[in-house]
Design a protein around this ligand. Sequence first.
Ligand SMILES: [Zn+2]
Length: 94
Amino acid sequence: RATIYNTLDLLVESGLAVKHQFKDKVALYEQALTYKHHDHHVCNQCRKIREFSDPKINEIKEEIGKSFKSSITSHSLVLYGDCEIANCENLEMI
Ligand SMILES: [Zn+2]
């Protein structure tokens, strides 16, 4: 396992992968070459990670950039929530 993580960190360092660090030490590695920006939703219970992309977030980025007189180069947004399905944690195991 340690070897896998060392390799993944090397891929991140060389720009081939993107690492998202979530709370509770949960990390997600994604391929950088085909990477199109998106944000993540993480379930507090089952830890399922889902991707989303919403143009409103770009609008907010531009507004905040203007008000801070900053050219925003990147952002990261993670929404944490609970799946509506009861016992989603157990369902994920099946
Ligand atoms: Zn869940």
